[in-house]
Design a protein. Sequence first.
Length: 291
Amino acid sequence: WRAMGKLQSKLSFHTTTYRAEGSVGQTGSIGTSQQHSPAHTDAVSSVAALKPDLCVSGGRDKSVAVCSWRSGAALRRFVGHKREVTKVTSALDSSRVFSASRDKTVMMWELHGASGPSQHFPGHELVVTGLAVSPDASRLCTGSRDNTVCKWDTETGECLGRATISRNLVTHLCWVPGEPYVIQTSEDKTTRIWDSRELQVAHTFPAKQHIQTCCDVSQDGRYCLSSSQGGEATLWDLRQTRGRVCEYRGHFQTTTSCVFLPRGPALAPSVATSSSDSTVKVWHRDTAGRG
């Protein structure tokens, strides 16, 4: 789909080029080419993995799109929100897609179902800025700039709990794999661990100097990442110590996003950060050295 700039990835059999015009072409020994229309007609606000070969995205055009990593083709497009889609997410290998919007609502979509939403989750008073779904996709946690975090039953749409903390303007939520815990970053400069069973704060990491913009959890559930408007990202230990492990410094503007990278057999554990300074940096997880 439409991408910023031009990325060329050289593989052993062919070269794949992603162009700003929204086309994807394959050239080289195969000698074939494919053209695809952009999945969105305006800026893309959020993207998330759906299945090993699929991803889901949301944008200013108020739509949610499901695309293939391999072909670049948009397979499904869901329209139902009245304003910009701010967040999208899905449980691993699930056929359910969740989207949040500036229209203060959250919707659930079925990958193989009708084009309309299969469930609505209304109730927030301001833009919804955080989504986290349980591994079995039965529970959903949402966060908003209205200072609240809510828990929902995805089957019935029932709100199972609501917690409000003063000045807790939520910026991001993510679920800890295999655990009932949800990580949350906030404009109050803190990162919190929520116990989703009772929707209570289980732990609050020491406040940082700047607003926390995003968070991610390692697949083994041992570490948490948080990024900051100060240009750095922080690695936190989720085990008994729950302390700060290290920081990744090198961006010159807001660190907008952070993610743990999949670890291969011969690869060191790594994390990646993106920034408003137009760069993406890859770091050695344990030493904070840049790759």
